[in-house]
Design a protein around this ligand. Structure first.
Ligand code: HEC
Length: 151
């Protein structure tokens, strides 16, 4: 390799590195919280008033007087696994990926989720318990796979 091709190699590597998807580098996939307490998670869900905007498939939750009815259902059939990684992300970084299946204007404003950010108030324990409570409500369906058509 002469100096020029080394330089080209370095440049190409740098470009490839910077193009590297930030989501991959900051992936939530490897996150593993300690096991939480389902009942405490349910209680946290209620005293933090998550039920102001959310119902949960298969759970009877009280409504909040004087508030509009909740409009985003949590749990139920999903084709994508709601791992704790994804749930944690949805809770502490709501705008990262908006819930699918809703019109954008229903769940967001200027590309920001309408969900409150609780990060200054929620303890890690509350987060752990909330995720423990929520995760079993997701029923993961096998993704529908389409075989590619070859000419
Ligand atoms: C003011 C309304 C509001 C409140 C209160 C609220 N959320 Fe949300 N939440 C939303 C909206 C709107 C979405 C859909 C947009 C998005 O994905 O952020 C959402 C999405 C979510 C999702 C992802 C759902 C999916 O299918 O991807 C989870 C999990 C969630 N919220 C949990 C909570 C928890 C736990 C609390 C209480 C600590 C809470 N939310 C409080 C409005 C709210």
């Amino acid at each position: 390799m002469n100096t020029r091709s080394i330089l080209t190699f370095v440049m190409v590597s740098l470009v490839a590195l910077s193009a590297c998807d930030q989501d991959v580098m900051m992936s939530e996939k490897g996150v593993r919280l300690p096991d939480g307490d389902v009942q405490a998670g349910r209680e946290a869900f209620l005293y933090m008033q998550c039920n102001q905007c959310h119902t949960i498939k298969g759970e009877q939750l009280p409504g909040i007087p004087g508030q509009d009815p909740p409009y985003v259902e949590l749990g139920g059939d999903v084709t994508q696994v709601k791992t704790y990684g994804q749930l944690i992300t949805a809770i502490i970084n709501p705008s990262h990926k908006l819930a699918t299946g809703y019109a954008k204007e229903v769940v967001s404003e200027d590309d920001e989720s309408k969900m409150y950010v609780y990060n200054d108030h929620m303890t890690v324990k509350e987060l752990i318990d909330l995720v423990m409570f929520l995760q079993p409500h997701y029923n993961v369906l096998p993704p529908s796979f389409r075989y590619p058509v070859y000419p």
